[in-house]
Write a protein that binds this ligand. Structure first.
Ligand code: NAD
Length: 471
């Protein structure tokens, strides 16, 4: 389909979804649960097909990592939402101040209408369907624009979701940046965007034109900070796992490590040993994922070469290119002390390259982190919970992990989102559910309410009320 056809189709779909929403308005909770159950069943039934499509899109994607990072995640999230939906969707009673009694105050959690969801390529199924879980749970309708870098996954999302839902309920729009741009300019009732910070800025501007509320799930440079009391080898194991899982193409992967000064090389070597133990022979190892495109691969090479040319030491796992047969495998890499003005330390890396720098104590590390944009995640390693919490108190990030990277995002009841340049808004669990409804405040008064006694002309009762109000 040409871009102009896709754009015409999305306008028609939005119109259809809006009128279907107006006709139904409050989708009963039991029907929303059944929508989620259908989605769960789809992911279970077609999980293998999605894994094959994602593998083809990446040129090689670890089947194990796809299982837990894509289908497993969506199934857990849909199940959790189903189990808690009756409670989440119920109205909330609020206390009424004495001066306004009698009456009832409550908040109705009402679906906003039609949600637009824009998803990236790195977890091409999860990041399209997890926001959909929240939107469906809230009783919204949704249009999804998946990334152009994973066209097979996008096509399969389109095919399978249109078998499951009418297009006036859930629809998928395929296309590249021009289609994405037109998509974000549509007057959705909520726009949920996951992707890079630079594109996130454009999305926020487009949404502002329509006063569309927007959730921005962006990226950034997530640091892993090791306190002097923590064993470097132990930290190396989990940081290597977080960094090289999906070949570093994870928004919450540790971007760089700050270790007690003098320990950079020993730590870098330990990371390489751990990477080799987890992903030996990356060329022929089906569990080591490829880089999404030639362009992304070339960017990583340039970043490492720039740091090397500036004098940084590069440790890199061996890669038998002939055996790899896939030019997009980028081996696990550590760069010791890259210059702070190099691309490696300016941009989110989003690949299997770990810069390792030294710090002169946790105050110095906190200063380093605070001088930069607020990251999506921050990891601190310490044997002392008090030390770790003190470090958290001195810094800010979207989420955080103590002694373990990434897994905070798998706790459904924890809100997941960024702060500052790493995003705004959050989702997962009840926080995700709350993204898509409007919390409508209602004060329900009896037919005759005493407040009318303080209407003008103002007299003695008004004076009495004034005193009551201010105590
Ligand atoms: P991207 O910003 O290039 O693309 C994301 C989506 O935006 C795609 O669907 C694309 O078609 C669309 N897009 C492109 N140009 C657009 C425009 N002008 N207007 C509107 N939409 C446009 O991001 P990416 O490379 O696919 O993903 C990688 C980035 O996403 C990284 O920065 C990563 O940290 C971030 N990310 C964040 C999260 C999170 O939950 N916070 C999760 C995954 C990835």
């Amino acid at each position: 389909m040409s871009d102009s056809d896709a754009i015409a189709r999305m306008h028609a779909l939005l119109k259809a979804q809006k009128s279907a929403f107006e006709a139904e308005r409050h989708r009963p909770v039991e029907e929303r649960k059944s929508d989620l159950k259908k989605l769960e069943a789809l992911v279970k039934a077609r999980g293998e097909d999605f894994a094959t499509a994602i593998d083809a899109d990446f040129g090689r994607r670890s089947k194990a990592e796809t299982a837990i990072g894509e289908a497993g995640f969506v199934i857990a999230s849909a199940k959790h939402a189903r189990q808690h939906l009756s409670h989440w969707a119920a109205s909330r009673r609020k206390p009424v101040p004495m001066t306004l009694a009698p009456g009832k105050a409550y908040v109705r959690r009402e679906p906003k209408g039609v949600a637009g969801i824009v998803s990236p390529w790195n977890y091409s199924m999860q990041l399209a369907l997890a926001p959909l879980v929240a939107a469906l749970a809230a009783g919204c309708r949704a249009m999804i624009k998946p990334s152009e870098f994973t066209p097979r996954t996008a096509e399969l999302l389109h095919e399978t979701l249109s078998e499951l839902f009418n297009e006036d309920h859930v629809a998928v729009i395929e296309g590249g940046p021009d289609v994405a741009k037109a998509f974000c300019a549509l007057p959705f009732d909520h726009l949920f965007y996951t992707g890079s910070t630079p594109v996130g800025r454009l999305v926020a501007k487009a949404a502002a034109e329509n006063l569309t509320p927007v959730t921005l799930e962006l990226g950034g440079k997530s640091p892993a900070v090791i306190a002097p009391d923590f064993d470097l080898d132990q930290a190396a194991k989990t940081i290597a796992w977080g960094k090289y899982f999906n070949a570093g193409q994870t928004c919450v992967a540790p971007d760089y490590a700050l270790v007690p000064r003098g320990g950079q090389r020993a730590f870098g070597e330990a990371v390489m040993r751990e990477a080799d133990a987890m992903w030996p022979d990356v060329a022929g190892n089906g569990d080591y994922t490829a880089i999404i495109s030639e362009k992304h691969h070339a960017r990583l090479t340039e970043m490492v070469e720039e740091a090397r040319a500036a004098g940084a030491e590069v440790l890199q796992a061996a890669l038998d290119k002939e055996k790899a047969g896939n030019t997009r495998i980028f081996p696990p890499t550590v760069v010791i002390d890259p210059p702070l003005d190099s691309a490696l330390m300016r941009e989110e890396i989003f690949g299997p390259v770990l810069p390792v720098l030294g710090h002169d104590g946790l105050s110095d590390a906190a200063r380093f982190v605070n001088e930069r944009d607020r990251p999506l995640a921050l990891y601190v390693y310490s044997k002392s919970s008090a030390t770790a919490r003190d470090f958290l108190a001195r810094t800010m990030s979207g989420g955080a992990g103590v002694n373990l990277p990434m897994l905070h995002l798998s706790v459904e009841d924890l809100p997941f989102g960024g702060v500052g340049a790493s995003g705004q808004g959050a989702y997962h669990g009840e926080t995700g559910f709350l993204t898509f409804p409007h919390e409508r405040a209602v004060f329900e008064a009896p037919v005759w309410h005493p407040s009318r006694m303080v209407f003008p002309p103002y007299g003695k009762v008004f004076e009495f009320f004034k005193k009551l109000q201010t105590g």
